[in-house]
Unconditional design. Structure first.
Length: 293
């Protein structure tokens, strides 16, 4: 890739953050050090109460590619994710957490593989969980490249897979056709389902991404309580607060129904999805409780 910003596709990086003073400087340096030139970074500070604002304003003053915004009050995590996407423009988009670390060539490698695969909607790097000290653990984070898979196989790759690709590099024209981040638990699964039904997820094998684990281990019940917390932004009605996952299966069925696929493909996925939904719920609950114990 060249370094002339005007000849490269534009990449917009949205960083929705709250109280990230501990790792924010490192995360921003990782993004600012990318070998790919034509990037814009929007930091959206959700009314942090620590030094996050000071760090964000300093980075914006030092680097013209960075814009810092601050909410007057906490608008909820999901609304903050939506805000940075609503303000995005360009050819590609990526959400970035304020505590993660990316290889210097992650964006360049991701753009290159998407430019070489016109029907792909998302590029993802090899991912690893790290702890507060930056040490990787042995959790399985593998994700398959979906090229040469059927639409049916692509969809269920996402349905049963981890959610790491939601922080991959997405083709903007496809992302804008989705419902984005919605106000219910599991919205990342729905977004990825919408994206995979429009095209492949491709692996950028020479790039990596360290995802920092900053949340304590949760039981299933504790996770549901977090989802129901109004501050998290995924429970906007009393029904959501009592049944945080109620809207997820409806939204998944809707994503398949609206997808730009053939009727036989749509019916095949729907018929397989209906019995798979309760199984996925049971598996997810058991995994959460097993990790906590």
């Amino acid at each position: 890739m060249g370094t002339d910003q005007h000849s490269e596709p534009r990449v917009f990086i949205g960083m929705p953050i709250y109280n990230e003073e501990r790792f924010l400087s490192l995360a921003l340096e990782s993004l600012r050090s990318q070998s790919y030139a034509n990037i814009q970074i929007l930091i959206s500070d959700n009314a942090s109460t620590d030094r996050t604002g000071e760090i964000g304003r300093k980075a914006a003053a030092e680097d013209a590619r960075i814009t810092y915004l601050r909410a007057d009050s906490n608008i909820g995590a999901i609304a903050n994710f939506r805000l940075v996407l609503d303000k995005a423009d360009g050819d590609y988009f990526m959400w970035a957490a304020g505590h993660d670390v990316w290889s210097p060539d992650l964006i360049a490698e991701s753009v290159a593989i998407l430019e070489a695969n016109d029907t792909a909607t998302l590029a993802f790097a090899s991912s690893y969980w790290i702890n507060a000290d930056g040490e990787r653990d042995d959790r399985d984070t593998d994700y398959p490249d979906t090229r040469n898979k059927s639409v049916f196989s692509r969809f269920f790759t996402v349905f049963w897979g981890n959610m790491h690709p939601v922080l991959g590099l997405m083709r903007m024209k496809n992302l804008k056709k989705t419902h984005g981040m919605q106000n219910f638990a599991g919205t990342d699964l729905v977004l990825l389902s919408e994206m995979i039904l429009m095209g492949d997820f491709v692996h950028a094998p020479n790039a990596w991404w360290n995802r920092r684990d900053v949340r304590k281990k949760e039981t299933h019940a504790e996770r549901m309580k977090r989802y129901a917390d109004p501050q998290f932004g995924q429970a906007i009605t009393a029904l959501d607060r009592h049944f945080p996952l109620l809207r997820l299966p409806i939204a998944l069925l809707g994503a398949v129904w609206r997808a730009p696929i053939t009727w036989p493909q749509r019916l095949m996925i729907l018929l397989a999805l209906l019995p798979a939904l309760p199984v996925r719920y049971i598996v997810g609950r058991r995994k959460a409780n097993a990790k906590r114990n």
